[in-house]
Ligand binder design. Structure first.
Ligand SMILES: C[S@@+](CC[C@H](N)C(=O)[O-])C[C@H]1O[C@@H](n2cnc3c(N)ncnc32)[C@H](O)[C@@H]1O
Length: 270
């Protein structure tokens, strides 16, 4: 993987921007989640199907996770906290959400203050330096976030360290399937989101294995990523035509194999 030109501080400023959060809530998800959808029917999906498709993706991950009321879950890069709260509500487990953005952590914490029966807490931390002991969690969960981390290998090693032996690491992430990317993909996708070309699905699985995970499932979600950007492009177009155009370029990058979306389900085996 190439050396990144973006820093963690760049990412932190991007996500600390409250106006950006409000902008994205206006067309992406009013409840502040920022990941992609899993569509029941790719051919017929309409803009109003986008948020339900994001929730379908959460449901899929929950089903695969094996999380129960006895689990202790770390959500890495939890954003505004929607998934962490849902995991706790549906299973009764304990969830700790961490994120680099103080404004997201404030938003997430405000939400759980109204839900005292849930065992959910949020902390501002970096995935590259987790303040938890070894073997602390039964599950580590992440959605649509790890590609933002310049020191991704360090973050993967940290996820491994804080999981118990036999613990489950499940996450989805953007991937770079091909060797070369076009100028447009670099400008409108990678530079816009402050990241460099990253693992392919195959090199990702190899890296996870080297760290000490057994990869139980790799699921290619790229068609659903393409549909997600088609729909959010339509949803953003009226209020934010520049974003609408950038999302169209993102669709083109996916069609050209310059960008993909993969899900990994792994077990800590050593
Ligand atoms: C696209 S958002 C996804 C948020 C959330 N997972 C969701 O699905 O709504 C990416 C998130 O990654 C967080 N992030 C980026 N780098 C991070 C790091 N080094 N440590 C923790 N969080 C990080 C950002 O602050 C942001 O909340």
């Amino acid at each position: 993987m190439a050396q990144t030109k973006f820093t963690e501080a760049d990412t932190e400023s991007l996500f600390d921007d409250r106006q950006r959060d409000q902008r994205f809530r206006s067309f992406w998800d009013p409840e502040g989640s920022l990941h992609w959808g899993y569509f029941e029917n790719l051919a017929t999906a309409r803009p109003e199907d986008f948020v339900p498709a994001c929730q379908r993706w959460d449901s899929y991950m929950l089903e695969q996770s094996g999380i129960t009321a006895e689990s202790k879950v770390l959500e890495i890069a939890c954003g505004n906290g929607k998934s962490a709260i849902r995991i706790a509500q549906e299973t009764g487990c304990e969830v700790v959400g961490i994120d680099l953005s103080s404004s997201y952590i404030e938003n997430a914490t405000a939400q759980v203050s109204d839900l005292p029966s849930l065992r959910v807490s949020f902390q501002k931390e970096s995935a590259t330096n987790l303040p938890f002991n070894n073997d602390s969690f039964t599950h580590a969960w992440s959605q649509g976030a790890l590609y933002h981390i310049p020191e991704l290998s360090t973050a993967l090693a940290e996820a491994h360290r804080v999981l118990k032996l036999g613990g489950i690491f499940l996450f989805d992430d953007l991937v770079t399937p091909g060797d070369e990317i076009s100028e447009d993909s670099r400008k409108y996708v990678y530079d816009r989101l402050l990241f460099e070309p990253t693992f392919s699905p195959e090199t990702y699985a190899k890296k996870l294995t080297e760290i000490g995970f057994k990869v139980l499932q790799v699921k290619d979600m790229s068609e659903h990523l393409h549909k997600s950007y088609e729909l959010v492009s339509e949803l953003a177009q009226e209020g934010y035509p520049e974003l609408g155009a950038a999302f169209k370029k993102t669709q083109e990058a996916i069609a050209a194999n310059d960008l993909g979306w993969s899900f990994f389900l792994c077990e800590k085996v050593k």
